[in-house]
Design a protein around this ligand. Structure first.
Ligand code: GLP
Length: 246
């Protein structure tokens, strides 16, 4: 595991883009896992630009969603599937047949979860999985208390998670009650993990993840057991870590 503290969010985006360009240059048909959210929105704009300029080529790559709400049409603006298509997959020309996402059925079953993990393994596993982190240490929709041994599964969203999303949906009642997420064990199967965190709201979660023993209280701490985890931070997110800026 390594963590790298960079000047600001733009520097985090630039470093992540460079890692991705290297990965895709080495293996053009890489399988990549993608989160959604503020931590990656700047990166996805940079990836669009790099694709337009020919510095990054995703046209032979495979794309897997990290997580998403269930029970909404795939075209709903708050579906992560929709956001990823608009922000990244369409502009960068990822072929439709190469995109694996969670469906519209709110009754995502254990068999559906196993099928999702099997689809990843059928591609030889994720070559690189991008991740964000929640202020309480959640990863994907693996909230505090989540099992480190879980594969992809359905979760009932906590009141706190739904309140956090209420702004985007207009009201807490409009926020779906269920989501699907790669489990922590599925995440740990990826060959490379790259976690991005920016801003002071993430500082406590990052300190708990990187300086405390792994605990279900901080789901992201499960990732520190991975042999190839890179955590890219801006100064604010790294404020409670020992050591300085790169
Ligand atoms: C959300 C998502 C995660 C995301 C995380 C951080 O709830 N379920 O996939 O990585 O929280 O989001 P953000 O980057 O917007 O802070």
């Amino acid at each position: 595991m390594r963590w790298i503290v960079l000047e600001d969010a733009r520097a985090v985006d630039a470093r992540t883009l460079s890692l991705l360009c290297g990965q895709l240059a080495e293996k053009p048909d890489s399988a990549i896992g993608y989160p959604t959210g503020a931590s990656v929105s700047g990166l996805y704009r940079e990836m669009q630009r790099a694709c337009a300029e020919g510095a990054l080529d995703l046209t032979r790559s495979w794309a897997f969603q990290l997580d998403d709400y269930l029970g909404l049409p795939l075209s709903h603006p708050q579906r992560f599937a929709h956001m990823l298509r608009e922000q990244l997959f369409y502009p960068c020309g990822v072929p439709e047949a190469h995109i694996r996402q969670f469906g519209e059925n709110p009754g995502f079953s254990e068999a559906d979860g196993r099928a999702y993990d099997a689809a990843i393994r059928a591609r030889g596993g994720l070559d690189l999985l991008l991740l964000g982190i929640g202020a309480n240490g959640h990863v994907g929709f693996n909230e505090p208390g989540a099992s480190f041994a879980a594969g992809t599964h359905r979760v009932a969203l906590s009141r706190g998670m739904r309140l956090g999303a209420a702004g985007a949906f207009g009201s807490v009642e409009a926020v779906p009650r269920y989501a699907a997420t790669m489990g922590l064990a599925s995440i740990l199967e990826a060959k490379k993990l790259v976690l991005l965190a920016m801003g002071s709201a993430k500082a406590d979660a990052i300190a708990a993840m990187l300086t405390q023993p792994p605990s279900p209280d901080c789901p992201a701490s499960a990732l520190t057991a991975h042999g190839d985890l890179t955590v890219l931070l801006d100064r604010e997110a790294a404020a409670r870590l020992p050591g300085g800026i790169e």
